[in-house]
Ligand binder design. Structure first.
Ligand code: PXP
Length: 251
């Protein structure tokens, strides 16, 4: 198939993590968002966690007022978060599972188990014109379940693939890439828009970018970490270039 254009959403959560370590206003995640956009980000992603460990309500409000690119709000499907999203009206809302004790979003949504919360959240957000995506494991049956819930978009969790790359386990790498490819292909065939993210780095992004059905990658932790060494501008540009090479089959 002809590959879709591939968008980069930069996740600025961990600029807020560093800011919150000292309690003052620096570094400012909104300044990072502006810089990322100037460097080639197509959108900005921010996760408002229930415990506000990084992004805070006032960050979302400033992003909403100041950004000229799409804002993707990552959130749990709770009444509190749905209420905030309805007030702020970001371009997109990515529904993620959230556990207080986890360090990051460790797996995809349990679509079947969480149906009772997901169904009304998807309906309310969609009615307000917010494009809803579900953060899910890359499995064919989960694509069907997302479609059945009337979610227009899924974001495939790339964490397991990235772990396999870190371990250098070639069999697992091939297996995980195949899972991503199959899920993307099936999801697109049944009408879902396909995004992907979690744990992506310069080493892992190209193979994921090469999957032609994927329309958007959301990347944060590695980019913000790399910014310490090369600057945020350069880390976003280098990621953009790696994505474009992967998509063009140059990897
Ligand atoms: N996509 C989703 C749905 C996420 O929850 C996260 C992590 O907040 C990301 C993408 C970005 O992951 P990372 O920070 O590992 O690049």
């Amino acid at each position: 198939m002809t590959a879709l254009p591939l968008r980069l959403g930069v996740n600025i959560d961990h600029v807020a993590t560093v800011r919150n370590a000292r309690g003052g206003p620096y570094p400012d995640p909104i300044r990072a968002a502006h810089l990322a956009v100037l460097a080639g980000a197509d959108g900005i992603t921010a996760h408002l966690r229930e415990d506000r460990r990084h992004i805070r309500d006032e960050d979302m409000e400033r992003l909403r007022r100041q950004l000229f690119v799409p804002l993707n709000m990552e959130m749990a499907a709770t009444p509190e978060m749905v209420g905030l999203a309805l007030a702020w009206r970001p371009h997109a809302a990515c529904l993620v599972p959230e556990k207080r004790e986890e360090r990051t979003t460790e797996g995809g949504l349990d679509i079947v188990g969480a149906q009772a919360a997901l169904r009304p959240a998807i309906a309310e957000l969609s009615e307000a014109g917010i494009r809803v995506s579900l953060f899910v494991e890359p499995e064919v049956e989960i694509m069907d379940a997302a479609c059945e819930l009337h979610a227009p978009v899924v974001e495939l969790h790339t964490g397991t693939y990235c772990e396999a790359v870190a371990e250098g386990d070639e069999d697992r790498i091939a297996f995980e890439l195949q899972r991503l490819r199959r899920a993307a292909e099936h999801g697109a065939r049944i009408g879902l828009e396909i995004h992907a993210g979690h744990g992506l780095s310069f080493d892992t992004v190209q193979a994921v970018a090469a999957i032609p059905q994927i329309a958007e990658l959301n990347i944060g932790h590695f980019l913000i970490g790399e910014a310490l060494f090369m600057g945020l501008d350069e880390s976003v540009r280098a990621m953009r270039a790696a994505m474009d090479q992967g998509r063009a089959g140059i990897a």
